[in-house]
Design a protein around this ligand. Sequence first.
Ligand code: SF4
Length: 155
Amino acid sequence: MGHDPERPVLVSACLLGKACRYDGKHNQDRVLEDHLAAEGLRAVPFCPEEHGGLGTPRPAAWIEDQDAGAVLDGEARMVDENGRDVTAEFQRGAEGALEACRTSGARQAFLKERSPSCGVANTHVGDQVVQGPGVTAALLQRNGIDCEGVEGRRE
Ligand code: SF4
C-alpha cells in the first residue's frame, strides 16, 4: 500500500531552519528533512512560542512545577528567566499548533526535543530537564496527534 504523497505533518519550525529559537538560532535538521522528502511528507512549519506572541530572541522559559498537563489545566505556570508569567503565551502557542494540525489535516508532528513547548520525551521543569512533554506536545497528544521527538541539528 503506497503512502499519500501529500500527507501533511506538523514540524517545529526551528528544525526546518527558521531562526525562531529563544536565542535567535535554529536547529535545522537535514536528516529530518531528508526523511520527510523520502516519505513524501509535506511539512507544515510551526513555532508555538512565536505564535503565542513571544518575540525572537526571548528569555528562556520553563514549566514552573508539576508538568505540562498541569499548565494546560491552569494548575501550573510557565515562567521565564526574568520571573515573568508567560503561561498565556505558551497556552496560545499550543492551541495554535493544534489548530494548524486541524486546518492542514496533519495527524503527526515532528517536534524539537527538550523544548518547554515542543519537547516530546523530555522538557524543562524548573532548572531541570525531566521526562515528559512540553506544553504544545502535551496538547497535541491529548488530541490524538502522534508526536515524534527530534534532537535537531543533524547533518
Ligand atoms: S522548539 Fe518549538 S517553540 Fe522552540 S523555537 Fe523550535 S518551534 Fe519554536
